[in-house]
Design a protein around this ligand. Structure first.
Ligand code: ADP
Ligand code: MG
Length: 268
C-alpha cells in the first residue's frame, strides 16, 4: 500500500538509467558493464543498451562486433526486426545486451527527419521494459540526438566523472542539456548521481578533485568512488565484467557497493 502523499509506486517496469557524460574516456562504458553485472549478481534482471557507435560496451562483453547481423541501429530504423532477434545474452546470468557497432553512426542522420525523433529509443525499450529491473544505457561521448534519445526515455542519469580537475568543466553543459530535456521531453528525468572514477588516493590532486566535487554536488555524489586500476582495461580485453573476471578485486567490490547505492535509491 502506498501511504497518502507518497509518490505512487513504480509499475514494476524497469528503471531506465542513462550513463552520460559528453567527455570521452571517463568510465561510462566501464561503469555500465560493471554496475550492470553487479546488479545482476544481486538478482536483478538487467538489460544493457550500447548507444555508442564505437561499440565498446559490446566489445567489452566479448561480442564480435563485425559479425552482428542486427543491432540497436536496426531497431531504431523503419521496418525494425523483432527486438528478440537483437537481444543478446551475455556471459553474466540475468544480464542481456542490445549491442551496437559502427552501423549506429548512420542513425543520427536518419533520425533527424523522423517524426518524434527524440522518442525513438523510448518506443524500442517500451517493448521489453517489463522483462527487466534495470535498463542501463551506455551513451556516446557527445550531446547528440542519440544521447538525447537516451535522456528522453531515462528515469535517471548517472554521470561518471574521471577524477581530474578539468573534468569539472563541461558538467554544466550536461546539466543544462538535462534541464532542457526535462522541460521539453521527459519530466521524470532525474540526476541520480555523479560517480567519480579513476581515483588514486596516493595523489593529492585526486583527493583535491574529490573534495571539490563533493563540495559542488553534495549528496548527488555517490559515496562509492572507483579507483584507478589496470584491472578494468584488462577485464574488457578478456570480454568480461570485473565482477566475474576478478571477483575478489577492489574494483569488483567498488561496483558492488555502487550497485547497492543504486538499489537503495530505487527503493526510495
Ligand atoms: P568512456 O565510456 O567514458 O569513454 P571507458 O569506460 O571506455 O570510458 O574508459 C576509458 C578507458 O579507461 C578504458 O580503456 C577503460 O578500460 C579505462 N578505465 C575505465 N575505468 C577505469 C578505472 N577505474 N581505472 C583504470 N582504467 C579505467
Ligand atoms: Mg564508452
Amino acid at each position: 500500500m502506498t501511504a497518502l502523499g507518497e509518490a505512487p509506486a513504480r509499475s514494476g517496469d524497469a528503471q531506465i538509467i542513462a550513463l552520460c557524460n559528453q567527455k570521452g574516456g571517463v568510465g561510462k562504458t566501464t561503469s555500465t558493464v560493471n554496475l550492470g553485472a553487479a546488479l545482476a549478481e544481486s538478482g536483478r534482471r538487467v538489460l544493457l543498451v550500447d548507444l555508442d557507435p564505437q561499440g565498446a560496451l559490446s566489445a567489452g562483453l566479448g561480442v564480435p562486433l563485425y559479425d552482428l547481423t542486427a543491432t540497436i541501429y536496426n531497431l531504431l530504423g523503419r521496418s525494425a526486426p523483432p527486438i528478440d532477434d537483437v537481444l543478446t545474452k551475455t556471459g553474466v546470468e540475468n544480464m542481456d545486451l542490445l549491442p551496437s557497432n559502427i552501423d549506429l553512426s548512420a542513425a543520427e542522420i536518419q533520425l533527424v527527419n523522423e517524426f518524434g525523433r527524440e522518442q525513438t529509443l523510448s518506443r524500442v525499450l517500451a517493448q521489453v521494459r517489463d522483462r527487466y529491473d534495470y535498463i542501463l544505457i551506455d551513451c556516446q561521448p557527445a550531446l547528440s540526438l542519440l544521447t538525447v534519445n537516451a535522456l528522453a526515455c531515462a528515469d535517471g542519469v548517472i554521470i561518471p566523472m574521471e577524477c581530474e580537475f578539468f573534468s569539472l568543466r563541461g558538467l554544466a553543459l550536461l546539466t543544462d542539456t538535462m534541464e532542457k530535456v526535462r522541460d521539453r521531453l521527459n519530466p521524470r528525468l532525474n540526476l541520480l548521481g555523479i560517480v567519480v572514477t579513476m581515483f588514486d588516493r596516493r595523489l593529492l590532486h585526486s583527493r583535491q578533485v574529490l573534495a571539490r566535487v563533493a563540495e559542488t554536488f553534495g549528496d548527488r555524489l555517490y559515496n562509492t568512488v572507483i579507483s584507478r586500476t589496470v584491472r578494468f582495461p584488462d577485464s574488457s580485453i578478456a570480454g568480461e565484467p570485473i565482477t566475474t573476471w576478478a571477483p575478489k578485486s577492489s574494483g569488483a567490490e567498488q561496483y558492488r557497493a555502487l550497485a547497492q547505492e543504486v538499489i537503495q535509491q530505487s527503493a526510495r
